[in-house]
Design a protein around this ligand. Structure first.
Ligand code: HQG
Length: 218
């Protein structure tokens, strides 16, 4: 794994975007409320990606934890009224534009974005031939020099498509730069990729020779 820097360009714990989805509401769900979705999703990210210890939670090696225990901890810390329950969480997950969390059996976890010390365990997988990364203009020179680094997170994050990369990049820059990642060549050369979610892939780090700046006029 690449050497971790201590200064993250963006603090994932405070950086925007825990859930900047269009606040769609769900008529079938009487509690559906875009603002609540964003608020609760951010707290979920905080607990499952960044500071489980502040909730007294111990995640398993894949970053998952007993859902009932998670609900109890969330309610104890945040005093949700009405109390946060499984149906509310499932509603938030269903309405979100990004699949940030998963419920597997009796456990819940975040699929990507972790920043706590160490690395959640992941299974290597073959990536799509091309991936993308949306970032700020001010980071590009450094990325082309050093490669993509995880910065404050456990892994560097890549997108499967340009619209997603633009959304990710806009968190850092209103007019983000889209980088094209030659994932096929990187994988053939031995770089290990991990699937983070339906539109998110992860790498420990990615050398600059697999990265090119896309034509911004497109
Ligand atoms: C940059 C959100 C200089 C990198 C998103 C990025 C994503 C470098 C920033 C997920 C660098 C880190 C992750 C280098 C990387 N020099 N800058 N060598 N290497 N960077 O927020 O990828 O909405 O930690 O370009 O949608 O923006 O929270 O990573 O700009 O999927 O679910 O360092 O977080 O998901 O920023 O976003 P971040 P990211 P959620």
């Amino acid at each position: 794994m690449a050497e971790r820097k201590t200064h993250a360009r963006t603090d994932p714990k405070t950086g925007s975007g825990a859930n900047r989805t269009d606040p769609r509401t769900d008529a079938a769900d009487p509690r559906a409320d875009g603002r609540d979705d964003v608020f609760i999703s951010k707290k979920m990210s905080y607990a499952l990606r960044h500071h489980p210890e502040k909730y007294g939670l111990k995640l398993d090696e894949f970053g998952f934890v007993d859902l009932k225990q998670f609900l109890r901890a969330m309610n104890r810390v945040h005093h949700f009224d009405p109390p946060l329950d499984e149906a509310t969480i499932r509603g938030i997950m269903r309405r979100a534009s990004k699949q940030r969390f998963a419920i597997k059996g009796y456990k819940i976890g975040a699929l990507y974005g972790h920043s706590f010390a160490g690395q959640v365990r992941r299974v290597a997988a073959a990536p799509p031939a091309v991936l993308y990364h949306g970032t700020a203009h001010r980071f590009v020179d450094s990325i082309l020099r050093e490669g993509l680094l995880p910065e404050g997170r456990q892994y560097a994050h890549l997108s499967t498509d340009i619209p997603m990369a633009q959304e990710v990049g806009r968190r850092h820059d209103p007019h983000p730069v889209i980088l094209r990642i030659d994932a096929a060549r990187a994988a053939a050369d031995g770089v290990t990729f991990y699937e983070g979610g339906p539109r998110v892939w992860l790498v420990d780090a990615l050398p600059p020779r697999y990265i090119s700046v896309m034509d911004q006029t497109m």
